[in-house]
Design a protein around this ligand. Structure first.
Ligand code: BG6
Ligand code: MG
Length: 224
């Protein structure tokens, strides 16, 4: 945590796939669930689930497999997937961070930009603790604290409100199209990190945090 006086900007970060490479763990967990539907869960389908929470992901899997379940069955399955996921991430640590992440965050702290997490995951606190990232953030809003998941803007609007900062001073970092839609609906600026082909709605795109510095982002947005 760090103090700031009337910050010019706040940086708001998604978590899964942006700061932490959780995708292989989600993949392995879903892969154990889907054979019972006769559905082959591929890495490319896993990519399509980026930015969606466990119930949204299950709905997409069931739609693809052409299977209808009751709300209770869906709830139980998503809990089962989560138990598998939690056992897989037991030994998660800083080696699971996406490349360049910690250096980028440390520089942002050094230049006194307040930092927030806006993650739709209900496991965000576990991930932040295991990777040691938690100490850098002034505010963490996760999937337990919101009622409407991304692409709804609720999570980002709630961060702006809690930090009492104008929308146009919020710069969101996202790796998924769903997250970018949410941030844009909130009226915020967005930096996409990853494959530009999926991130075209962002204001700026970099393929990795390794290729960008925090002060460059702050400078870029201070002139628009
Ligand atoms: C979302 C991510 O925030 O959380 C997804 O964008 C991820 O990619 C999801 O799969 C998982 O969270 P949970 O708590 O719903 O399992
Ligand atoms: Mg993400």
């Amino acid at each position: 945590m760090h103090d700031t006086l009337e910050p010019r900007f706040v940086f708001i970060f998604d978590l899964d796939g942006l700061l932490i490479n959780t995708s292989p763990y989600h993949y392995k967990a879903w892969k154990k669930i889907t054979p019972r539907f006769g559905f082959e869960f591929t890495e490319s389908f896993n990519e399509e689930l980026k930015g969606f929470n466990r119930l949204q992901s299950l709905d997409k899997i069931l739609a693809k497999a052409n299977i209808k379940l009751t709300e209770t069955e869906k709830h139980n399955l998503s809990e089962e997937k989560n138990e598998l996921y939690l056992s897989l991430i037991q030994n998660m640590n800083e080696s699971d961070l996406m490349p360049g992440t910690e250096e980028f965050i440390k520089e942002a702290v050094r230049i006194k930009i307040p930092l927030a997490i806006g993650s739709g995951s209900k496991n965000a606190m576990t991930l932040l603790n295991k990777t040691g990232l938690i100490k850098y953030f002034n505010l963490i809003i996760d999937g337990n604290m919101i009622s409407k998941p991304k692409p709804d803007p609720e999570i980002f609007l709630s961060i702006a409100q809690k930090l009492n900062i104008p929308i146009k001073r919020c710069i969101v970092f996202e790796d998924s199209a769903s997250g970018i839609t949410a941030a844009k609906k909130a009226g915020m600026y967005v930096v996409g990190i990853g494959d530009a082909a999926h991130l075209e709605a962002a204001d700026l795109v970099f393929n990795s945090f390794k290729n960008v510095r925090a002060h460059e982002i702050a400078n870029w947005f201070s002139i628009i």
